[in-house]
Design a protein around this ligand. Structure first.
Ligand code: IPE
Ligand code: IPE
Ligand code: MG
Length: 264
């Protein structure tokens, strides 16, 4: 059966989708092209997926675009990725405004080259009031780095007497993460087959549904996303409870609400 032929149920869509966009290099290699061409084609997938998510009604889309570890790649590849990022931000601003997309970023963005950082700040500022969807880019992002930065900031608050150690709950802790104010991802998609997290959103994906596709990122487009969303809607999220508990809609709804609140 072609799952895309019936509509998605709006009441059980993920609020937040996170994606590990992997496989640009392999896509290029298969075609005897250089890796940069793979990244360039990957940008086309980003455009298509952002549009699709906006149309489907996803509230938050987080894309892993550059990790703290990716700084160790050859300098030429790093500078090409930075150039592509800047070009993407410049070229997409008008469409973000038209479609009500707000751009945010997580990660140690202070490490980005100054020209990229300036454009990033400008696009974030210009799109700040947009209400349609949040496009959240993980840039110079590492989950461990984010947790350590949060711990440092909490330590400063404690040292200055503004926070007591016993007040540090899961909720308080998550308010110090780069993702504060966002719901946790309901769905995590990784392209190109690797079964690993690669330091992405370590805290936030505690209860995310994980989907790994063999498709390389440059070939990942809306049709496949819709198939994955159908699969997501067929899964039962139990959050540690029993299936019976979750299916009793009153208990299930209550538990889900409580857990989501606990997790900030
Ligand atoms: C993902 O594609 C893009 C970034 C990590 C920036 P890769 O460049 O990792 O592609 P592969 O894994 O080498 O195929
Ligand atoms: C993860 O992909 C990072 C991004 C998609 C930005 P990598 O290609 O860097 O991950 P590993 O090295 O295969 O774990
Ligand atoms: Mg890779």
């Amino acid at each position: 059966m072609n799952s895309s032929s019936f509509p998605l149920r709006p009441e059980s869509l993920p609020r937040h989708i996170a994606m590990i966009m992997d496989g640009n290099g392999r896509w290029a290699k298969k075609r005897a092209l250089n890796r940069i061409r793979g990244h360039r084609e990957g940008v086309e997938s980003v455009r298509d997926i952002v549009r699709a998510c906006r149309e489907i009604g996803i509230e938050f889309l987080t894309l892993y675009a550059f990790s703290t570890e990716n700084w160790l790649r050859p300098a030429l590849e790093v500078s090409a990725l930075m150039r592509l990022l800047k070009e993407f931000l410049e070229s997409e601003l008008s469409e973000m405004m038209e479609n009500g997309i707000r751009l945010t970023a997580i990660g140690d963005i202070g490490r980005l080259p100054e020209d990229v950082l300036n454009v990033l700040h400008e696009v974030m500022e210009r799109t700040r009031e947009n209400q349609g969807m949040v496009l959240n880019l993980a840039l110079s992002y590492g989950g461990r780095d984010e947790i350590v930065r949060a711990a440092q900031n909490i330590a400063i608050q404690v040292k200055e007497g503004r926070l007591h150690p016993e007040e540090i709950s899961k909720e308080v802790f998550s308010n110090y993460l780069d993702t504060h104010g966002m719901p946790e991802p309901d769905l995590l998609i990784r392209t190109s087959g690797e079964m690993r997290i690669s330091n992405f959103l370590l805290w936030q994906i505690a209860y995310a549904e994980i989907f790994v596709t063999q498709t390389l990122w440059p070939e990942f487009r809306r049709e496949e996303l819709i198939r994955i969303l159908h699969d997501y809607q067929d899964r039962e999220r139990r959050f540690g409870m029993t299936g019976d508990q979750m299916r009793k809609s009153s208990t299930g709804g209550e538990i889900k609400k409580r857990l989501q609140k606990d997790n900030g």
